[in-house]
Design a protein around this ligand. Structure first.
Ligand code: DOR
Ligand code: ZN
Length: 345
């Protein structure tokens, strides 16, 4: 087996960069390896309008160290008051690459999300017309639905009806966590894609709960049973174009993770490429890593793949920091519970 691997530079199709000091702390972790990222809009307050997205993009670029290059691909946070004309203008100007649907209450800073899906029909129809993708946090929020079932129920009750009533709408199922999600994505044709995170290839729900509660493995959608993790590994490493990397790297300071009501999110920006190379090697699929990290995502978003390359080399276990400093407290880097042998040169 060769111990050098050269790939087109990867992109991250789902990333949380936050703002202020946290933005300055985490942006280099992503920009070191990734050329572009779809940047999530769940700030407080959320990024709802084109003007807010333009201002956020400027703050991201201002936070980028001078010796790094990185292109933030901006998103708008869909609310029941979103103006279809504002969305269309932000898309036409090239600023905005997707709109994000959070069901209200589903996750971090989703309170302004959608409660009544009929109230966003006009925006979705306009997006279908102009080909602007909808990135979907696919979980129902009904209190009577068990948290481990919320993705599968969302597909039946919300996602499938939206796709049937809005023909031509291009949808990314974000951070799928189940076999159900992978199967639905596979069957959806060219207008449906799905991102898979790094951490959902590593952890199942036992890792969160057995032998003590491990808050740094808690994220949303929550990791499911082992059979689902294996289905995600098969999807990510199988070479199908509908699956691509969206790390959902989501930094929270440690004192808010290690808390009586801990925040959801795994921070994987620092070691994602090493973890993915290890996973693809374990699955005998190193030749498919480039598709997952660097080709399928641009194809779905109708953007050219990156022209420059990164090289990974295999050797002695890679060292990386256990925590990074955010200015406001430390952020724990995701622990994959195994040595990583692939380093980005
Ligand atoms: O684990 C998560 N963290 N899932 C999300 O959907 C949001 C994210 C965050 O913003 O912290
Ligand atoms: Zn996310």
């Amino acid at each position: 087996m060769s111990d050098t691997l050269t790939l087109r530079r990867p992109d991250d199709w789902h990333l949380h960069l936050r703002d202020g000091a946290m933005l300055r702390a985490v942006l280099p972790e992503t920009a070191r390896h990734f050329a572009r990222a779809i940047v999530m809009p769940n700030l407080v307050p959320p990024v709802v309008t084109g003007a807010q997205a333009a201002a956020y993009r400027d703050r991201i670029l201002a936070a980028l160290p001078g010796d790094m290059s990185f292109e933030p691909l901006m998103t708008l946070y869909l609310t029941e008051d979103t103006d279809p004309d504002d969305v269309a203008a932000a898309h036409a100007s090239g600023l905005v690459k997707a709109v994000k649907l959070y069901p209200a209450g589903a996750t971090t800073n989703s309170a302004s999300g959608v409660r009544d899906f009929d109230r966003v029909r006009g925006v979705l129809e306009r997006m279908a017309e102009i080909g602007l993708p909808l990135c979907v946090h696919g979980e129902v929020t009904d209190s009577d639905i068990d948290i481990f079932d919320r993705e599968a129920v969302f597909i039946d009750r919300v996602l499938d009806p939206i796709r049937r009533t809005t023909p031509g709408l291009r949808v990314v199922m974000e951070h799928i966590t189940t076999r159900d999600g992978a199967d639905y994505a596979r069957a959806g044709g060219p207008d449906l894609g799905a991102t898979i995170t790094t951490h959902h290839l590593i952890i199942n729900r036992n890792h969160i709960l057995v032998g003590g509660i491990r808050p740094h493995y808690y994220c949303l959608p929550v990791a499911k049973r082992e059979e689902h993790r294996l289905a995600l590994r098969a999807a990510a490493t199988g070479g199908e174009a509908c699956f691509f990397l969206g790390t959902d790297s989501a930094p929270h300071v440690d004192h808010l993770k290690e808390h009586a009501c801990g925040c959801a999110g795994c921070f994987t920006a620092t070691n994602t490429m090493s973890i993915l190379a290890e996973v693809f090697e374990q699955e005998g699929a190193l030749d498919r890593l480039e598709g997952f990290t660097s080709l399928h995502g641009p194809a779905f978003y109708r953007l050219p793949p990156n022209e420059d390359r990164i090289t990974l080399t295999r050797g002695a276990p890679v060292s990386y920091p256990a925590k990074i400093d955010s200015g406001d407290g430390t952020v724990t880097v995701f622990d994959p519970m195994m040595p990583l042998h692939w380093r980005v040169a």
